[in-house]
Design a protein around this ligand. Structure first.
Ligand code: SF4
Ligand code: FES
Length: 323
């Protein structure tokens, strides 16, 4: 008996039926300051497997349809944090967003994150974001001589700030915050998350300084607890909780008699460590200024000064740590 054979048309139909590809419309907000002061939406239709990511769709557009499309990406695997963008109105990482998860039957809107100046298409000026990050001193600060062995820390103490170590500085949280949209002077959730990571580290000795910096009118008290940041974080960090913990640390440190004063002479005995007052010292007689006059608490002027390199107090050995 003869074996049935498929015609060429049948084979093509069968292949089409088995093909995972679907046609998807990407609606991208384009901006090129060399062409126009106005941003405008542009549609692109591409064939894509729904199991692919939005980043793959952007690559197809850039490589096959329009080489001028501009966006950032580096690792393409959710590590570097460079491709945060607004996808269907929500801040997400393009490399972690699957087409099938965002209703590909409708046009997929892609635009730059909000609150930062758009330079071109999906690329924003990240400098204000990174300046706020630098302002909170995101590195280990210790006093005294370098130890001859590693600094020990219990598992419980490490657990205290484990969540905030996961930050990849993508800015999805900060650029989803309505307070940051309205006033770019606010430090923003990401800077507070990275301050939290060191404030609650039992090995660090500059928690008091960081709290002082965040006690600024542009600091933690600007947070309105809208939870946008927590929803936006691609690393699942409990951003709002971290901000609340920093607020609580600011309130509880009130019980430290030395807080908020600047002293001459020997270092105060008051120790603030791991997010709590570890030891309360005596009032030194040589109080020379209250907090409002401290150069570390001079609001925008203080931040500007820190931007120019005056970020750390004398007497602290500064050590950068990736731990
Ligand atoms: S806290 Fe989350 S959303 Fe914010 S910068 Fe870090 S990783 Fe991104
Ligand atoms: S490209 Fe690195 S996180 Fe998406």
């Amino acid at each position: 008996m003869a074996t049935p054979t498929l015609s060429k048309t049948d084979k093509m139909e069968e292949a089409a039926a088995a093909s995972p590809y679907i046609t998807v419309t990407f609606r991208i907000r384009r901006f090129n300051p060399e062409i126009s002061d106005e941003a405008q939406w542009q549609d692109f239709q591409i064939e894509i497997d729904p199991k692919e990511r939005v980043l793959d769709g952007l690559h197809k557009i850039k490589w096959d349809l329009d080489g001028t499309l501009t966006f950032r990406r580096s690792c393409a695997h959710g590590i570097c944090g460079s491709d945060a963008m607004r996808i269907n109105g929500k801040n997400r990482l393009a490399c972690k967003t699957l087409i099938k998860d965002i209703n590909p039957e409708k046009p997929i809107t892609v635009e730059a994150i909000k609150g930062l100046t758009v330079m071109k298409d999906l690329v924003v000026d990240m400098e204000p974001f990174f300046q706020a990050y630098r302002d909170v001193m995101p590195f280990l600060v210790t006093k005294g001589n370098e130890p001859t062995r590693e600094r020990l820390q219990s598992a419980e103490d490490r657990e205290r700030f484990d969540d905030t170590t996961k930050c990849i500085l993508c800015a999805a949280c900060t650029s989803s915050c309505p307070v940051f949209w309205n006033d770019g002077q606010y430090f923003g959730p990401a800077a507070i998350v990275n301050a939290h990571r060191f404030i609650f580290d039992s090995r660090d000795e500059a928690g008091e300084q960081r709290l002082e910096i965040l006690n600024d009118k542009d600091g933690v008290w600007r947070c309105r607890t809208t939870f946008n940041c927590t929803d936006a974080c691609p690393r699942g960090i409990e951003v709002t909780k971290a901000i609340q913990e920093v607020k609580r640390a600011l309130i509880t440190r009130r019980f430290c008699p030395l807080r908020g004063r600047r002293y001459e002479g020997p270092a105060p005995e008051c120790v603030f460590r791991g997010g709590a007052l570890a030891r309360s010292g005596e009032h030194a007689p040589s109080v020379i200024a209250d907090r409002r006059r401290s150069p570390l608490h001079a609001g925008r002027a203080g931040r500007a000064r820190r931007r120019m390199g005056g970020g750390t107090r004398p007497g602290f050995a500064v050590e950068r740590s990736s731990a």
